[in-house]
Design a protein around this ligand. Sequence first.
Ligand code: ADP
Ligand code: MG
Length: 252
Amino acid sequence: MTDAAAAPGRRPLVVLDKVNKHFGALHVLQDIDLTIGEGEVVVVIGPSGSGKSTLCRTINRLETFESGSITIDGRPLPTEGKELARLRADVGMVFQSFNLFAHKTIRENVTLGPVKVRGVARAEADRRAMELLERVGVAHQADKYPAQLSGGQQQRVAIARSLAMDPKVILFDEPTSALDPEMINEVLDVMTELARSGMTMVVVTHEMGFARRAADRVVFMADGQVVEQATPEEFFTNAQSTRARDFLAKIL
Ligand code: ADP
Ligand code: MG
């Protein structure tokens, strides 16, 4: 399926053009065409093993790819050095497993990147960190260590840490999958607020309620391909492909 319906009227921010990637014999990304517009919220869904995490990791250059192109804000993905560090700052990533620095406080987790990569003065980074921790509801935990926080709190810190870099886009890879059920909503609420604030987001998730409420577009992946994409309304009421219909029948 082509990308023709993507992001009408939005400035293209992340553009994948015929991206191919293999893991050995496995063709994990097959001719992926995908455009993420500025301010757009794209939810990526699909069966386990379909290539969703690899897609995110490739956009962030945590993985290489063999052919095709990826541009962020009109620039090709850099491969090394300072440019790569800047890319990682521009393209935030929030993982299932939080990935906070265990031996740093919450506040330090949020200030480290801006000071080291963006060259922000420490006092300014500190002020901004507290503002962001306030925004995600964990400011009162600023001087604790990650292990002292609940999973939901840690994930909200991870979101604040990502925001502290002033990213152009944030990729979320199943951000609530590792959480106890009672903590899922506190993270989704933060993400919903972020979506409404105009942040450009790519969200891999099985939370269909979030997709309905926050997504501008749903991208359905299977077997390394973008099989179908549509508005949540269209997708959930009238999925076109058999694979998408089968998938929805299993999870809804
Ligand atoms: P999803 O996130 O949709 O579950 P992934 O992107 O994690 O899918 O994986 C897609 C496929 O690529 C799976 O078959 C997985 O086993 C395989 N895969 C992922 N990472 C690697 C890797 N580093 N080496 C080899 N195979 C991998
Ligand atoms: Mg995955």
